[in-house]
Design a protein around this ligand. Sequence first.
Ligand SMILES: Nc1ncnc2c1ncn2[C@@H]1O[C@H](COP(=O)(O)OP(=O)(O)O)[C@@H](O)[C@H]1O
Ligand SMILES: [Mg+2]
Length: 276
Amino acid sequence: MIQITDFHKRFNAGTINEVYALKGIDLHVHTGDFITIIGTNGSGKSTLLNAVAGAFLPDVGAIAIAGKDVTFERDFERARYISRVFQNPYTGTAPGMTIAENLLMANLRGRAHYPRISLNKKLMTQFEKEVSLLEMQLETRLDDVIGTLSGGQRQALTLLMAVIRQPKVLLLDEHTAALDPKSSAQVISLTRRFIEQGQLTTLMVTHSMQQALQLGTRTVMMHQGRIIEDISEREKPGLTVDDLLDKFAELRKREKLTDDIVEQLRREYLISNDYC
Ligand SMILES: Nc1ncnc2c1ncn2[C@@H]1O[C@H](COP(=O)(O)OP(=O)(O)O)[C@@H](O)[C@H]1O
Ligand SMILES: [Mg+2]
């Protein structure tokens, strides 16, 4: 479904602020793969998702989606078949519009021509059914503006809007990191359900190694702009967070990583552990 080939990206190239964010990424994502992505801060996880979404051109390299070379296709064009959910629950929905109006927009997204559609009874019944799947007591509040919802409710709705038109690719960038533990667990369980039901090809960045292992069919580890480990579906079950940390430790032994990195990961894991 997604073929990324020798993808390099430097930001602010040639200046003192130059950052070599992606250093030759090769990644083949099969249709229906659900890949969780972990890695140190600044290792290029979000940049990788942005590359798939088409936020910038590569310096070198190519990207193909569903058999088509999209390297030069812009992000707004790719948005017809790629959905994204970000960390901030306030970015995915229009706050001044109602739940129903937001869902209507999500339903119209990606169409070549916008049909004249109003919020008729049939649509409202459909939305009621879809929103009830979220189990967040929102089905009676379709006429409420989004701004009145909690962060967890908003993020659940953003997720529903992202999957409602069955995107070819779903990109999730730490989409539960800003939520309280209970909402995070709810949104994770919805994520799992939507992806399984829709067999959605998904890339999900997570700050939690636990989440990375519990979810998805494959796990990719990034460090300093490179993919340093790609854990297959066969290898994943039975793997523990300690195993993952050992993998980083092994890499360190092979001098790919410094001691600090393993320590940083251990610390990040201990902090995020409560949130799984
Ligand atoms: N648009 C941008 N302009 C300049 N630097 C950027 C931009 N996007 C990301 N970076 C830099 O690229 C590196 C990787 O960032 P990012 O992919 O956001 O890391 P991660 O998501 O793994 O924490 C960081 O050093 C970051 O500051
Ligand atoms: Mg990031």
